[in-house]
Design a protein around this ligand. Structure first.
Ligand SMILES: O=P(O)(O)OC[C@H]1O[C@H](O[C@H]2O[C@H](CO)[C@@H](O)[C@H](O)[C@H]2O)[C@H](O)[C@@H](O)[C@@H]1O
Length: 248
């Protein structure tokens, strides 16, 4: 069941007992005008390193970004990652697997042709689909949705999802919930209690299995959610994670 505003602050993190799953954009880092416009501060680099070490590797990014893209921003750390909503997967911090599926060249061509008409739009191509961003021209929202929906009509192997100032076509077999379930079956996550922090519609897929496993689901910012807890913003997320570095 979705709550309009769960008021509860999440309980403190327990690095020896919890498996920590983190969304990236909008949860750990503020939005920029374009996907590559983000800047990971030294403080955030240090927080990521500290948390990863404190959780003895039982920490993973679960992001809509492709893994190579995320690594280009946070560096080549040996941190587990599910990228493109779980269409890409890496548990050793190096090699990663990619979900196989039918190609989507025709869809890509159609969406790219529309994007080429508008300088303000940014198209991202991932192994698990594509994203069309309209943050720099919000008035194109309806057109962006229409073109992506039209391009992927009949492709039941893709889901069309809204996000923060973007629309995304992602492989139907991949979602953040499946990614978290997969991590929870492997060391060093297995046997721990899952905690997932996320801010977006796509993160709702992750909250369901975390709730089912008796874990801690945390929605960051406003919006209807099935998460059991809420943190108001990115600064509160940093404080929450930072507190785990200070526990004995
Ligand atoms: O699952 P996430 O880690 O939250 O990733 C979701 C999407 O994040 C990125 O887009 C968002 O952030 C951009 C940079 O701040 C911003 O310009 C854009 O408007 C946001 O939607 C990323 O580019 C996407 O691939 C992710 O799916």
């Amino acid at each position: 069941m979705k709550n309009a505003l769960p008021p509860l602050e999440p309980p403190p993190l327990e690095p020896g007992r919890h498996a920590l799953f983190l969304d990236f954009d909008g949860t750990l880092i503020a939005f920029a005008e374009t996907p590559d416009g983000i800047e990971v501060s030294d403080d955030l680099h240090m927080l990521i390193d500290g948390i990863s070490e404190r959780f003895a590797g039982a920490m993973a990014f679960v992001t809509g970004r492709g893994i190579a893209n995320l690594r280009s921003h946070i560096g080549e750390r040996r941190i587990a990652m599910a990228g493109a909503h779980g269409a890409e997967w890496s548990i050793d911090g190096q090699a990663h697997e990619t979900l196989k599926g039918e190609g989507f060249d025709d869809q890509l061509t159609a969406v790219a042709a529309f994007a080429a008409l508008h300088d303000a739009l940014v198209m991202e191509v991932k192994s698990g689909g594509l994203t069309l961003h309209y943050r720099r021209k919000p008035e194109l929202e309806a057109d962006v949705f229409a073109i992506v929906e039209q391009a992927f009509a009949g492709r039941d192997d893709f889901h069309i999802m809204p996000g923060h100032m973007m629309v995304e076509a992602r492989r139907a077999q991949a979602d953040k919930g499946k990614a978290i379930e997969r991590f929870m079956k492997s060391a060093p996550f297995r046997g721990r209690v899952p905690v997932f922090l996320g801010d977006d519609v796509t993160d709702e897929f992750g909250f369901a299995p975390v709730n089912a496993l008796g874990g801690i689901s945390v929605r960051v910012g406003p919006g209807e959610t099935q998460a059991r807890y809420r943190l108001p913003d990115i600064a509160a997320v940093h404080d929450y994670l930072g507190a785990a570095l200070k526990t004995g």
